[in-house]
Design a protein around this ligand. Sequence first.
Ligand SMILES: [Zn+2]
Length: 250
Amino acid sequence: MTSEKTDAIVIRQVDFSESSRVVTFFSRDFGKFAALAKGAKRLRGPFDAALDLLSCCRVVFIRKSAGTLNLLTEARLNSRFRPASGELLRVYGGYYVAELLDGLTEDFDVAPSLYDLALSTLNFLSDPKTHLPSILIQFEVQFLREIGLLPNLSACSVCGDDIHLDHKYAHWVTQGGLLCSRCRHEEYSGNSVQAGTIQTLREISECDTGVFVDGQISGSQLIECHRLAVSSIVQAMGRKPSTLRYLQIQ
Ligand SMILES: [Zn+2]
């Protein structure tokens, strides 16, 4: 048993007993992990308000062997996720970040860049001057890139020919790639993708994590980028993220 320290975002909470909760964190140094927070439900519990959903905190926990719950011993609030009042869509945007981190990462799979992406996305969501759909699409694309599930945007998945932005392509969801018109047959169901969308996806995926791209994306490309990212997310999760129904991106 070792005591570990890290910065972490609270991505899920489940009641465990009358006074305790199991809290799932996404941390900078250990990836995702769950820990028992004894007394977390008490009014003046040992963790104060550090464990609100999407709060970022400095935590200390005792790491147990696989199959046994880790134990949270300290949690100190670094920052709270607090979008401007009345901005419910931004709150749901934060829940979406948490749902993807929870659903598409493995316990103790260390990914500091994913942590940085999540934290900067929460910060963008908290700033009322930012464009909500652009933030979410940037998060989706860079998230897929970080977990290795972003479709290959430079070559056809079947023939391997380079992608030319003056040709027509489709997104082949099950193979996680693009198909040129010569390779697009009935058996490969796929949605058409505009060249401008491929270009936009490339630009977002080549950006550093958390660098906010805004003002460049036209309405129809926003929708297509989002549709393509969601198809890849659904394919990986085996279901549609439940928070998506509150986030009508258009
Ligand atoms: Zn091809």
